[in-house]
Design a protein around this ligand. Sequence first.
Ligand code: PEP
Ligand code: MN
Length: 375
Amino acid sequence: MKLDLNVQPLESWIKTGKEPLLIAGPCSAETEEQLVATAHLLAKTGRVSALRAGIWKPRTRPGEFEGIGSIGLQWLKRAKDETGLPTAVEVATAKHVDEALKAGVDILWVGARSTVNPFTVQEIADALKGVDVPVMVKNPVNPDLSLWIGALERINNAGITKLAAIHRGFSSHEKTAFRNEPMWDLAISLKTHAPQLPIICDPSHICGNRELIGYISQKALDLDMQGLMIESHIDPSVAWTDAKQQLTPSDLVEVIERLTLRKPEIKGAELQDILGGLRNQIDKIDDLVFQKMAERMKIVEKIGNYKKENGITILQVNRWDEILNKRTAFAKALNLSTEFAEKLLELIHSESIRKQTEIMNKGQEGQPHENLTHA
Ligand code: PEP
Ligand code: MN
């Protein structure tokens, strides 16, 4: 499914300059001095295309610093006047949109806690009607691609064509090295649905720490994301919000300079030939995989019919355990990761169960069709 988004290229609304495109600035504007001094240092690096700063902060718990509020808009204005950097702020209500636009903010973004709520996104979209301003939409806190797409559509439907998505990772019950799991497949999926939509990665909020920012930035560029938004503070150790994930402007430059830029398109006839040959091989193997899957499903159907005739349940846990154990051990011996093997088997198994459920229910139309899966 291709999305019908009417989007202008990134270059039409932000000076891309030296690659990668970089939006940087403190998590929060705290004081006029902190913001303006950070902006000067960032501008001096020659690497930054826009200055970000949160002035209305959506906090998980009450009582935490909830942003400096509207006064911060004047500080952003001063930072922009003195450095020439365009400015970007998070907006979460129609009032924020109006105030930010009146204060001459150049780019608006919708935060992860707002994207989860269609009422909030629609309120922002309504406030944007008839306005020509770039808007970036962060992914929702929870890993729900439709919610992210829905928010982009609402903003786009309001007439905003200078549109980008920001990938900032997703909440997960699993504790990992990251504050928010990258779940790259969701960002890749968005890209597949809307190839024309620029995606900017926010390694600060994915990592939750300084150390992994370079790693995530590199990965984002290797996945052909169009830019990075990284939190930078003149003195991260005393930052009022997100202290652990901000870099000083000079550390930021170091991280950026260590990144390798790779091209999405293939240059040179020889490389083209080599890659073309390898891709041919992959296509042939993929065809074989599907052929074998179809053969497997035919046998699954036979088993389904046999189970039906003999009154045997579809799922037999022991058999499933046996498949899982034997195959993952085999996969390991073949140098395939256990996680990959398990995921693949679960996908195949749930399709097999779906097929057998269909067979079991055939001829018993009045009954609800249960969709058993092993998610
Ligand atoms: C932020 O950018 O400072 C912020 C609050 O991010 P998010 O909405 O991704 O949590
Ligand atoms: Mn932050």
